[in-house]
Design a protein around this ligand. Structure first.
Ligand SMILES: C[S@@+](CC[C@H](N)C(=O)[O-])C[C@H]1O[C@@H](n2cnc3c(N)ncnc32)[C@H](O)[C@@H]1O
Length: 374
């Protein structure tokens, strides 16, 4: 990333990152703003690496995307009496002043939220606002668009994952991982020797980093759902790591990813190096199916048949944590019934079904044969 990142037009990859953020944001906002059914009466959105608000062409960056999106919910915010607070931070004084100006150029008429703009180092401002994030009855969305990957220390990660009703997205650049492969911070993510030797497949850098954070979560006995999405820019790969304590959060994130990558839902490029051309599909349907889906189907069948997965709830969680939409699970189970691997039965797999009574998967044909004999 160059120093004058914001005086030039955003690159395609930056636009993809912002698109994913915006898609998630507009899914997240109505959960807390459009009705007052839950316990949440305060909504905080933190953009700690905000930049000046626009690029060289006047295209909105993350703080202006947030600012404008909230106005769409003005009526609901007032009707439901919800306190909405935006916290933007940018360490560079020039950019921070530019952000102030770009915000003051916006519609300020009857803002349905409060707004703070800081010009501080992330660590300082994060600590200052941390008590606000901890308030009861509060929902937080934390966007950490750092340059590189050093700002999200284990300490910050543990603090974020000890919060309630919080979703976060942070950004990691693979080029930094390679540049610092001899450093302790890199070696903790990857199996590298002391002098930094070892293979890191660029395409899967973020999957491994996500696995690292999964380990931190399980070692600390926390229950969080993590997802990730990779974005290619030249030879560099940037990754978004997403986290939510709530199933609905990860469900919405995975859906947002599939809107950007309709083939695999995890990258804006051919991450598994398969050369599938959707505009000229192969005559053999299996050749058009990404490896990610084939592997998922094989695993799902194996877990169902071995009894490791026994219910529609478990199938749903297994799918969504692998970044797979529930429709693929439904299709696979339908095929298993068609192939007489499991008996015909009604198994609903979706977020809504997950919130309802659990249904066990029947593997035996006993009842059916008994019925036939009768
Ligand atoms: C990738 S840019 C953010 C872009 C922004 N999200 C947007 O959409 O335009 C990262 C920003 O973080 C700022 N920054 C870098 N280190 C920082 C730190 N330690 N604390 C706060 N901001 C920092 C940089 O000046 C830069 O503007």
């Amino acid at each position: 990333m160059t120093r004058n990142f914001h005086s030039e037009p955003f690159s395609e990859s930056t636009l993809t990152k912002l698109e994913l953020f915006q898609r998630y944001l507009v899914e997240w906002l109505p959960v807390f703003l459009s009705s007052r059914t839950g316990f949440v009466n305060t909504v905080n959105i933190f953009d700690f690496f905000a930049g000046p608000g626009i690029d060289g062409n006047g295209v909105d960056g993350s703080p202006l995307i947030i600012y404008k999106s909230i106005f769409l919910y003005s009526r609901f915010i007032r009707k439901n009496n919800i306190s909405v607070n935006l916290y933007f931070n940018e360490i560079n004084p020039e950019k921070s002043a530019e952000l102030e100006k770009n915000i003051s150029d916006q519609n300020k008429n009857r803002r349905p939220f409060s707004l703070s703009i800081d010009c501080k180092d992330f660590i300082k401002v994060f600590d200052e606002y941390y008590p606000i994030m901890q308030h009861p009855n509060t929902a937080n969305l934390i966007f950490l668009d750092q340059q590189g990957f050093s700002q999200i220390t284990d300490d910050i990660f543990l603090k974020i994952t000890s919060l309630n009703t919080t979703d976060f997205m942070f950004f990691i650049a693979s080029s930094f991982v390679h540049r610092f492969r001899k450093e302790k911070i890199t070696k903790k993510y990857f199996r590298l020797s002391d002098d930094g030797q070892g293979t890191i497949d660029n395409n899967y850098v973020h999957r491994e980093i996500r696995d690292y954070y999964e380990t931190i979560i399980s070692e600390n006995n926390r229950k969080w759902f993590l997802g990730q999405f990779s974005i290619k820019k030249g030879s560099n790969i940037y990754g978004i790591i997403f986290g939510s304590k709530n199933t609905l959060g990860i469900d919405k994130f995975v859906r947002s990813c599939w809107k950007i990558d309709p083939l695999r839902g995890n990258a804006n490029f051919d991450i598994d190096r398969e050369n599938i051309d959707t505009s000229m599909p192969s005559l053999f349907p299996e050749m058009n199916k990404p490896t990610k889906i084939k592997e998922y189907e094989l695993e799902l069948e194996k877990y169902v048949m071995s009894g490791e997965i026994t219910s529609n709830h478990e199938i749903y969680i297994f799918s969504i944590l692998n970044g797979i939409l529930p429709r693929f699970a439904r299709a696979k189970l339908k095929q298993m019934m068609y192939d007489n691997i499991i008996p015909k039965q009604k198994i609903n797999i979706s977020y809504n079904a997950y919130k309802e009574k659990m249904i066990n998967i029947r593997l035996d044909y006993g009842t059916k044969f008994k019925h036939r004999m009768d």
